[in-house]
Design a protein around this ligand. Structure first.
Ligand code: ATP
Length: 493
């Protein structure tokens, strides 16, 4: 199993993710996406948008502001209920979420073994004295305070005066921007139920225990859908909201394997009755087998008509839909698939990571789906001392870059260059060599053919330069390597 340390170190070394403000010693749980990370994350967001908005006739998009009227958070319930129970250790002052304490291993000075120190597994009693954790899980010595409710919203002030009247919040979820715009979107786009509104944007939570790299941070990006359904409708004799909830669970569960996540690393977890948010009729989480264990990647909730009703009540504006067939106004139910862009990036990275042995040497490869790979094509000169080779390679990169993220690299020997591209998941390398350009001094013409090398099979074919665009167009449109490679002769590797 790939460890988090392996991924964190690869991310730093190869420019995916850096610690924020690192030269000042860093700031806890804030991360910056580097040159390859920003490409990867943009690609994750792009395919999500394409599949959930562009390709669907029943979806539209929105990009609401992060700062909203503070009344939004009162009506949505966030001011009163968006809290986690927090406890402090009286000795070491560390802080924990009270509801997850039993999920953490704990340090124990066992009286039955003259005070020897043990690490005891999460939720287990001590093997020697049978004690259960009552003290701080970290230092094992301090008593914990009684739980206090801690609101996770970041508070700030709008304008130059820091007073109560100017308090506002950084949004803790993108969803509310969709609910308060329900009528605007409905009227502007003349939509008919069922329809959905999608949004990608930053959200902020003052998490008590952030950590595990980009899994849980204070600032993160969500990819959310609010899919509105007429609660009076039925489908196959069942309430339409329940059927649409199932459809969205299936659709979202199938989405991750479509982009390379192994099916056995995903599972669905139903929320128990007691665990359900007060507004939810049913919630199912898609969980991924992260290096830290099975954890939530996306939640899919049936939020009923709670949010629209709350905002209608608080704002005094009707947030309803006119049901032409029944000649009545209804408040739609809403199905909410809510995914994290950063958690998805982490899952795609972890799942793509492979260590292989090739001719007695270790090869690290990120087997990204081509749509997600930060660099699509690397153009490499076999000899950087030959100006015609370099010029052809640079010119090729410029041409390919108009359609696909392409790079040129001549900073090492070819074997090394291939390994570097494998390690960042580049699906194809194009190599320009002596045969491509010929040798003017000897009066030999080049064949104007280049080598394409495929990342996973490491197979190489020889393709005329004029056919490169067509070949890549086909492959990035989904054609299998084997289908395309079968039409060209293998290159001498
Ligand atoms: P958790 O139980 O992990 O705190 P949650 O149930 O509070 O998550 P939701 O409110 O359902 O999370 O948010 C939807 C999605 O947003 C999550 O599935 C996750 O992918 C992402 N997300 C939530 N909080 C964070 C965070 N602090 N850092 C990164 N991503 C997050």
């Amino acid at each position: 199993m790939t460890t988090m340390d392996t991924i964190v170190s690869l991310c730093k070394r190869r420019g995916f993710v850096f610690q924020s403000s690192e030269i000042y010693g860093g700031i806890a749980s804030c991360w910056d996406y580097g040159p390859l990370g920003v490409e990867l994350k943009n690609n994750v967001k792009r395919v999500w948008w394409r599949d959930n908005v562009t390709l669907r006739a029943d979806m539209v998009g929105l990009d609401a502001a992060i700062l909203m009227h503070p009344a939004v958070w009162k009506a949505s319930g966030h001011l009163d209920h968006f809290t986690d129970p927090m406890v402090d250790c009286k000795a070491c002052r560390r802080r924990f979420r009270a509801d997850t304490l039993d999920e953490q291993p704990w340090t124990h000075y066992c009286p039955a073994t003259k005070g020897n120190k043990f690490e005891v597994a999460a939720g287990e009693p001590c093997r020697h004295c049978g004690a259960r954790r009552t003290l701080c899980p970290e230092c094992g010595k301090g008593e914990l305070t009684a739980p206090r409710q801690f609101n996770l919203m970041f508070k700030t002030f709008m304008g130059p005066v820091e007073e109560d009247a100017t308090v506002t919040y950084l949004r803790p979820e993108t969803a509310q921007g969709i609910f308060v715009n329900f009528d605007n979107v409905l009227q502007a786009m003349r939509l008919k139920l069922p329809f959905g509104v999608a949004q990608i944007g930053k959200a902020f939570r003052n998490e008590i225990t952030p950590g595990n790299f980009i899994f849980r941070t204070h600032e993160f990006e969500q990819m959310e859908i609010e899919f509105f359904v007429n609660p009076a409708d039925t489908l196959d004799g069942r309430p339409a909201d329940e059927v649409w909830h199932e459809r969205w669970i299936e659709e979202r569960f199938a989405w991750y394997p479509r982009y390379g996540i192994r099916r056995e690393h995903l599972r669905l977890r139903e929320h128990e009755k007691e665990e359900l948010a007060h507004y939810a009729k049913r919630t199912a989480d898609i969980e991924y087998k992260f290096p830290i264990g099975w954890s939530e990647l996306e939640g899919i909730a049936n939020r009923t008509d709670f949010d629209l009703k709350q905002h209608a009540r608080a704002s005094g504006k009707a947030l309803t839909y006119f049901d032409e067939e029944r000649k009545t106004h209804v408040v739609p139910y809403v199905i909410e698939p809510s995914a994290g862009a950063d958690r998805s990036v982490l899952a795609f990275l972890v799942d793509a990571y492979r260590e292989e042995e090739v001719r007695g040497e270790k090869r690290v490869v990120l087997r990204f789906h081509p749509d997600l790979a930060p660099i699509k094509i690397a153009v490499l000169p076999l000899l950087k001392k030959r100006p015609e080779i370099v010029a052809t390679a640079r010119e090729l990169r410029a041409r390919l870059a108009r359609r696909w993220m392409s790079v040129y690299d001549d900073t090492a020997a070819i074997g090394r260059l291939y390994r570097r591209q494998d390690e960042v998941g580049t699906p194809y390398c194009v190599t320009v060599d002596v045969q491509t350009v010929g040798d003017a001094e000897k009066g030999e013409a080049g064949d104007r053919k280049v080598t394409i090398r495929e990342r996973d099979s490491m197979e190489q074919i020889r393709v005329p330069i004029e056919e490169l665009s067509g070949v890549f167009g086909e492959m990035f449109d989904g054609a299998a390597w084997r289908t395309v490679a079968g039409r060209y002769p293998p290159a001498k590797g």
